[in-house]
Design a protein around this ligand. Structure first.
Ligand code: SAH
Length: 370
């Protein structure tokens, strides 16, 4: 996939108005579809993990005034277009605990199960806090991905409610808020790690990748990078909280981080600030936020993957294209991945060369820009 194709918004067929999507954006999964078919409510409604706006659009078509929240940049981009085409919908790119508005009659949530319990708890707390008493939370998810547990937590927070719709392993529950709920408060947890011979501390918010310690694949990639990086310009694609780029910055590299999750961006900013080193840290869908004419000596990436997740394969393919587009001649792209993912083909096609620097539980691949 070419970068221009990756970045293009697509108008999707939708029964209830104009819905926009793009590669890398979430929000069309089965739980969203079931929720869009079921959720209703008039008055002010809050869509807490709006994706590209499918559920928001459905609520708007049934009479609600919808505020759609999203923090993943690819989804935010599509959501902004969906909202621009719908008079009853506003979109904001915000973390759940940053929302100040309250008094919603309806809230809708597809919890981000893949992002861990702390994240889902924050999402539920934000929903409970933002609803008015008597307001209804529509909660959707898969029984194979924690739905029953989340429904239990939602009951504890809000009050009464149960399952109102079923489709295969997917469920929607409706719960009524019967008591006041505290404001969500997310703090930074600390991770300590020894990387490239140096003790480091990272500060991480709920919902970021590998929040309980530096990923072993990332460690492996760091070990395969050149010993001498001082003075080099390094780009970190899908940077998370900066596990790859902070150690390099402390060795004197000039680093730029691109990351689509706002929670991860805030974590990286905190980690660099507390370490006292400068970096360019951008909330970005692949290279979207990179200033024009930016070129690098090294690009590093531990790209996102989900088994069977087509969305994410598009993202990694775009990472390979972006690495090629932003490297200087002679510059190197280092990528770490699970052995079953066949990224060599994309790297070979794009760069005309690829080497395996390490194989085992993870493989480290390198391509050189001609
Ligand atoms: N480099 C970090 C994180 C690796 S996980 C580390 O080594 O710990 C992959 C990261 O890619 C995640 O933080 C994820 O949020 C991010 N990501 C996913 N899709 C993206 C996209 N479209 N653009 C930029 N980053 C993306």
């Amino acid at each position: 996939m070419e970068l221009a194709e990756y970045h293009a918004l697509q108008k999707l067929p939708a029964p209830r108005g104009a819905l926009y999507g793009k590669p890398g954006a979430a929000g069309l999964e089965e739980a969203y579809r079931l929720l869009a078919d079921i959720a209703e409510g008039d008055g002010p409604a809050l869509d807490l993990s709006a994706g590209v706006g499918l559920v928001s659009l459905a609520l708007a078509s049934r009479g609600a005034e919808v505020l759609a929240l999203e923090e993943r940049r690819a989804s935010c981009r599509a959501l902004a277009s969906t909202a621009a085409a719908c008079a009853k919908m506003r979109a904001r790119c915000l973390l759940p605990w940053e929302l100040e508005e309250r008094g919603f009659a309806t809230a809708a949530l597809v919890p981000g199960a893949e992002r861990g319990n702390l994240w889902v708890r924050q999402q539920l707390q934000a929903a409970a806090h933002a609803l008015e008493e008597g307001g209804v939370l529509w909660l959707a998810g898969s029984r194979k991905a924690g739905f029953d547990r989340y429904l239990g937590w939602a009951r504890e927070l809000l009050g009464e409610g149960g399952v109102v719709a079923r489709r295969r392993e997917f469920r929607v529950a409706a719960l009524t808020k019967l008591r006041p709920a505290a404001r969500p408060e997310a703090g930074f947890a600390t991770i300590e790690a020894r990387l490239r011979g140096r003790r480091l501390r990272f500060f991480v918010l709920p919902g970021v990748f590998s929040a309980d310690g530096v990923d072993p694949a990332s460690r492996l990639l760091l070990e395969r990078l050149p010993e001498e990086v001082a003075g080099l310009e390094v780009l970190d694609l899908g940077a998370g909280y900066g596990a790859l780029s902070l150690p390099l910055a402390l060795e004197g590299a000039r680093v730029t981080l691109l990351e689509q999750s706002l929670a991860a961006v805030a974590s990286a900013r905190e980690s660099f600030a507390r370490a006292g080193v400068a970096a360019g840290i951008h909330h970005s869908d692949v290279d979207e936020a990179l200033p024009e004419g930016s070129f690098f000596d090294i690009v590093v990436s531990n790209p996102p993957f989900h088994v069977g997740g087509r969305v994410v394969l598009h993202v990694t393919e775009a990472f390979v294209a972006a690495a090629h587009a932003h490297l200087r001649p002679g510059g190197r792209f280092y990528l770490v991945a699970n052995p079953f993912l066949k990224y060599e083909r994309w790297m070979q096609d794009r760069f005309g060369n690829v080497r395996e620097l390490h194989s085992g539980r993870y493989k480290v691949l390198m391509s050189t820009k001609p």
